[in-house]
Design a protein around this ligand. Structure first.
Ligand SMILES: CC(C)(COP(=O)(O)OP(=O)(O)OC[C@H]1O[C@@H](n2cnc3c(N)ncnc32)[C@H](O)[C@@H]1OP(=O)(O)O)[C@@H](O)C(=O)NCCC(=O)NCCS
Length: 210
């Protein structure tokens, strides 16, 4: 079991800590600009992460990607820990289901009840949030974040630094480019180019009922 330091001090970090502790790891504290989790010590931020290297075995990036800025922040930290040779721990919930042949890279997070089918590859620092479903033979590149309830059909490829919002659905065989924001509820049926933002029709107020 490892002494893990969590990078990020918000709500998503709370979920990540729950998984780390279920797996028997010791959470030694939080590296973040701000820490909202008062029961864990705030150890500082990036400089302190280097200075306090002896106090932990590995880190886990627990910054949620709810928009483009979240994914960019995750990328900045990922580049920092690589530059300074800081190891990252993968945290896969014991309540998730991974089929045979699934490859899990360093620093990956898989939340409760996620379902990942045969021979899918998760690159480094990928987030597969609670109840996301990933089909067989998918390739999810580094620093991709899948929000809760995302569905990817088989043979989907998602390139690096892309986020896919809650409950989005991606047809089998489709490729999504790098650095994309796929808005929640999107239904993706064709390949998506790098740097795209997709939005489905939002619900609108139809009438006032009073
Ligand atoms: C796509 C997204 C990143 C856009 O966020 P944003 O840049 O802050 O955009 P805004 O909220 O300012 O909205 C801009 C416009 O897009 C529309 N819009 C935003 N998200 C949308 C969505 N998912 N589907 C359809 N329309 C959407 C807004 O209604 C607004 O329209 P308007 O200009 O006509 O008023 C965000 O809405 C989203 O879907 N995030 C993912 C959330 C998520 O999965 N969270 C995970 C929690 S664990």
């Amino acid at each position: 079991m490892a002494r893990v330091a969590i990078v990020g001090g918000g709500g998503f970090a709370k979920e990540v800590i729950e998984v780390a502790e279920m797996l028997g790891h010791e959470v030694v504290g939080i590296f973040a600009r701000e820490n909202t989790l008062s029961s864990y010590s705030h150890l500082g931020y990036l400089e302190e992460m280097r200075e306090k290297r002896a106090s932990y075995d590995a880190v886990h990036i627990a910054i949620g990607a709810v928009n483009a800025r979240g994914i960019e922040n995750r990328r900045t930290i990922l580049d920092f820990i690589r530059k300074h040779d800081i190891p990252a721990l993968s945290l896969v919930s014991p309540l998730a289901t991974l089929s045979g042949g699934v490859l899990v890279g360093e620093g990956v997070y898989v939340g409760h009840e996620a379902l990942i089918s045969c021979d899918t590859e998760l690159g480094e620092h990928v987030v597969v949030n609670q109840r996301a479903v990933i089909g067989h033979d998918c390739v999810i590149e580094e620093n991709v974040s899948l929000a809760p309830l995302v569905f990817l059909g088989g043979n989907v490829r998602v390139k690096r630094d892309t986020m896919i919002g809650v409950r989005s659905t991606v047809r089998q065989g489709v490729s999504i480019g790098r650095n994309c924001v796929i808005g929640m509820g999107s239904i993706i049926v064709k390949n998506i180019r790098d740097d795209s933002l997709t939005l489905q029709m939002p619900s609108k107020i139809y009438r006032n009922r009073s």
